[in-house]
Design a binder for this molecule. Structure first.
Ligand code: F6R
Length: 611
């Protein structure tokens, strides 16, 4: 994944492109580059490193002033991060200038053919076939030439292309890969993600498959690949500039952890009224008979969204008597069961653009399954392809590590479980009044959790700053939560953190417990508390340093662990939402105390648009 930006207007393009690149750099930050046109010539600069490195390069080697341009920040897939492999890329004679996100799957074939036709390749990238193809099929008209070469490309791609022979035009195309147009007064913008555009405009329009956008003379023309014009139709984005600013926080990750009470409140508020759950989006999809005829629910997601799917499965299982399974998006196509039209598929994706998740969605649609998407991003590919979308209202998530989108997903999964249980009349319906009571208090309980745990977690992170291994254990929902806590620690603190079902430690992993090794014991599920405590005793007997997380009012755990941290008590099915908070804080403080850039962890990127 990479980030693409573009600008066309009357202002100096470079500062706008650089600011937009700063906002999409969570998509990749191995190298960066820009191309700017003064309507006569186009000049390029690119470098290894982040946008700040590009800014430094531009001070040493300034670009001419121009009013249109494109930019790119790269997450290397084909070819190491190097200046040569950085975008914008050109072909043999630098006629065409291309920035690309995605993967051209048939590039080896195209490259071999182009080499035979006399083209010299300079990079190890898949992207480079594009400028060469444009040279090979050049008609003298950029739009037409792009239209000729697009059908030759296989894979997923978002492209912004300029031509030295027509320096007043940018042509943009998107095929299963996000690229959003932004509209201003006499100016137009391009970006891989909406947040990059928020300082500039809130009027946007994603470019869809089969469309071609031409940015020239201060306006955007949108066409089908056959050349027929399309009325773009703008969407007004609810997010505001404040949502993408750091405000008084040092990092987006901490800001987003602290935004969770608001994110959950926004996600719940319009849907939870007078002790009832309203999901009007779903009313349009099914009647009660159709809901009652469902035979199975399949949840599909990746990474942190997969973990919320695992918790969602347990919540759905409690309220519905249906078989429920959860799959990794990347594995779904190879191991899904026999799907039918009675199999509801729930797709979870913060970004709505994860390539593996999109492929899984397409697979489910092939079988005619009804598909509900749960995403945080309006107009995203997942939401366009699903039958219906339930939006989390977490606001833009800028840190690579997902926090507020995760807990908002959990909140909406609980709503969905309640809605299905009520409509389908399933057995768990009698638990709903109690669940609703606690759901209403959830934003306040998350707020209290933040207050109760922040300082203690910060201290624990300082104490364990030299530890390279951390174990997280728990049973039931606590085990799933442990998996998410471990992922966060790996991701932003680069700690070898592993999660285990507490009862499984004795079957092998106990051999890794040495004196002083930190173990985080999650004990928020009353149902299995005694059993969890037995397992804690086992690791304590091997002299591990155990920190327990439990609910206010539980006196049993404190006697067994080295330190105990209390969080508010809520409905057991909502405990993973509260208990996620100290684990997120632990990852954050463990990352910062080790001096890591927690918002941009190494080797990672937000929104993985390659499989
Ligand atoms: C981890 C994280 C990732 C994402 C995963 C799926 O903190 O953010 O594991 O959860 O890449 O992304 P979405 O939810 O956008 O499909």
């Amino acid at each position: 994944m990479s980030g693409i930006v573009g600008y066309l207007g009357k202002r100096n393009a470079l500062p706008i492109l650089l600011d937009c690149l700063d906002k999409v750099d969570y998509r990749g930050y191995d190298s960066a580059g820009v191309a700017v046109s003064n309507l006569e010539h186009i000049e390029l600069r690119k470098t290894v490193g982040r946008i700040r490195d590009l800014r430094s390069l531009l001070i040493r080697e300034p670009l001419h002033k121009g009013t249109l341009g494109i930019g790119h920040t790269r997450w290397a897939t084909h070819g190491t991060p190097s200046v040569t492999n950085s975008h914008p890329l050109t072909g043999c004679d630098e006629r065409f200038i291309v920035v690309h996100n995605g993967i051209i799957e048939n590039y080896p074939y195209l490259k071999r053919k182009l080499i035979k036709q006399g083209h010299d390749f300079a990079t190890e990238t898949d992207t480079e076939v594009i400028p060469h193809l444009l040279e090979e099929h050049d008609t003298g008209d950029l739009e037409e030439t792009v239209r000729i070469i697009i059908p030759m490309l296989k894979g997923s791609f978002a492209l912004a292309i300029m031509s030295k022979e027509q320096p007043g035009i940018i042509v943009a195309v998107s095929q299963d890969n996000p690229l959003v147009l932004g509209f201003g007064k006499g100016e137009a913008f391009l970006a891989s993600d909406i947040p990059a555009l928020l300082p500039l405009t809130r009027e946007i329009r994603p470019i869809k498959n089969g469309e071609i956008a031409i940015l020239s003379e201060g306006k955007v023309t949108l066409k089908n690949m056959d050349g027929t014009a399309i009325e773009p139709g703008h969407t007004l984005i609810e997010w505001g500039l404040q949502d993408v600013m750091l405000q008084d926080y040092e990092h987006y990750m901490l800001k987003e952890i602290f935004e969770q009470p608001k994110a959950i409140q926004e996600t719940l508020s319009a849907r939870l009224k007078e002790d009832r759950v309203f999901l009007p989006e779903l009313d349009e999809l099914w009647n009660e008979e159709e809901i009652k005829s469902l035979t199975r629910i399949t949840i599909v997601a990746s990474g942190t969204s997969y973990h919320s799917g695992m918790i969602g499965r347990k919540v759905l299982q409690k309220l519905l008597n249906l078989p429920i399974e959860v799959n990794f998006s990347s594995e779904f196509r190879y191991e899904h069961p026999e799907l039918t039209e009675q199999n509801l598929v729930i797709i979870l994706s913060q970004s709505g653009e994860t390539a593996d998740t999109l492929s899984a969605l397409r697979e489910a649609k092939k079988y005619g399954c009804p598909v509900i998407a749960i995403t945080n991003t309006a107009g995203s590919s997942v939401s366009r392809k699903a039958d219906c979308t339930l939006y989390t209202k977490a606001g833009p998530e800028m840190a690579v590590a997902s926090t507020k989108a995760y807990t908002s997903q959990l909140a909406i999964l609980v709503l969905l479980a309640i809605w299905l249980a009520e409509k389908g009349g399933w057995h768990g319906a009698e638990q709903i009044p109690e669940l609703l009571k606690w759901l209403k208090r959830l934003p306040g309980d998350v707020e209290s959790t933040l207050i109760m745990t922040q300082d203690a977690i910060d201290q624990f992170a300082q104490l364990t700053y030299d530890q390279e291994n951390i174990f997280l254990i728990g049973r039931g929902l606590d085990y799933v939560l442990a998996l998410e806590g471990a992922l966060k620690l790996q991701e932003v603190a680069y700690i070898h953190a592993d999660a285990y079902a507490a009862g499984e430690m004795k079957h092998g992993t106990m051999a890794l417990i040495t004196p002083g090794v930190p173990v985080i014991a999650l004990a928020t599920q009353q149902e299995v508390l005694e059993k969890t405590i037995s397992n804690i005793k086992e690791v304590k007997a091997r002299d591990a340093f155990v920190i327990g997380i439990t609910t206010v009012g539980d006196d049993l755990l404190a006697e067994e662990v080295d330190e105990v941290m209390y969080i508010p008590s809520t409905h057991p099915l909502l405990m993973p939402i509260l208990a996620a908070v100290p684990l997120q804080l632990l990852a954050y403080y463990s990352g910062t105390v080790r001096g890591h850039d927690v918002d941009r962890p190494r080797n990672l990127a937000k929104s993985l648009t390659v499989e």
